[in-house]
Design a protein around this ligand. Structure first.
Ligand code: ADP
Ligand code: MG
Length: 277
């Protein structure tokens, strides 16, 4: 930070009063993480309050995700899976606890629960690749433009953008569908565009909520195959799924129930084996 902007920040804090000064100190707190940890979740609690009545959706969740790990989260409907994903994906703020990201890839930890919405947006642009059950593509943008958008927002240069978009769409097998609109693609193809888009700014982790929830068995296999290839190339992935079979392909399978982690076990089954009895 230059002297000038430091001074400007001090003036801003002065103007906004001491309360903000205190919050800013909290926000800037640096945690030390092992450099091989992508993120660490500590004592995470989320209570939803609606009409004076409270739902405890997460009850003290603790979790560490290492670089290059593929983790599946399973559990019955209502167990808190989406709540956990939304907190980790900087989409919602938990009631208490910490979510510490390895922000510089070298062990400098920052707690995203203390960040403001602008910083959350930056986290989602640069560090977290989000993938949803219903793809969340922009309907008026082509596959190419959907994948390019996060790079355009970060003002990456056009030559670099073009190279990366083509590389990513080829990686997910859509080299020949680059200029199709989402409405001209199948569900599996739309999800592959969403995966390519989530990777555009080289995030430290992919976070996917029921990515195959709308897809048939064959298409589900294609998506998991892509996840496994990404994982083998060193990408960290956290995936929530209802599908117990595909969860078996992950390195670790974590079960949530009533907002708590009740089980954790090893997976690592080859994709070809999971549909056999
Ligand atoms: P899952 O994804 O495992 O099905 P969720 O995280 O969506 O579970 O929900 C966990 C619990 O929190 C459920 O009891 C659900 O009804 C409740 N819940 C989820 N979102 C909200 C919300 N926005 N307001 C109030 N309660 C919610
Ligand atoms: Mg859910």
């Amino acid at each position: 930070m230059g002297v000038h902007s430091k001074k400007k920040n001090q003036i801003l804090m002065y103007e906004e009063g001491s309360r903000n000064l205190k919050e800013n100190n909290l926000k800037n707190h640096i945690y030390k993480l092992d450099s091989n940890i992508v993120l660490k979740v500590k004592n995470l609690i989320k209570i939803y309050k609606t009409n004076g009545y409270a739902v405890e959706a997460l009850k003290n969740v603790n979790l560490k995700i290492r670089k290059g790990e593929f983790i599946a989260i399973i559990g019955p409907s209502g167990s808190g899976k989406t709540t956990l994903i939304n907190a980790l994906g900087a989409l919602d703020i938990p009631t208490s606890g910490e979510i510490i990201y390895n922000i510089d890839n070298n062990g400098e930890g920052r707690d995203i629960t203390k960040m403001n919405s602008k910083e959350h947006k930056e986290m989602r642009l640069k560090k977290i690749g989000l993938i949803f059950q219903f793809y969340n593509l922009f309907p008026i943008l082509t596959a190419y433009e959907n994948v390019e958008l996060p790079m355009t927002i970060l003002k990456k240069n056009p030559v670099e953008r073009k190279k990366r978009v083509e590389e990513l769409l080829n990686l997910v097998g859509l080299g020949k569908r680059m200029h199709h609109l989402p409405s001209q693609l199948s569900g599996g193809e739309m999800q592959r565009v969403a995966i390519a888009r989530s990777l555009s700014n080289k995030p430290s982790i992919l976070i996917a909520d029921e990515p195959t929830g709308e897809l048939d068995t064959e298409t589900t296999k294609q998506i998991i195959k892509i996840f496994l290839e990404l994982k083998n190339a060193g990408q960290s992935i956290l995936m929530v799924t209802h599908n117990r079979r595909i969860a078996e392909t992950a390195d670790r399978i974590i079960t949530l129930r009533d907002g708590k982690i009740i089980n954790e076990r090893k997976g690592g089954k080859p994709l070809e084996d999971i549909w056999e009895h």
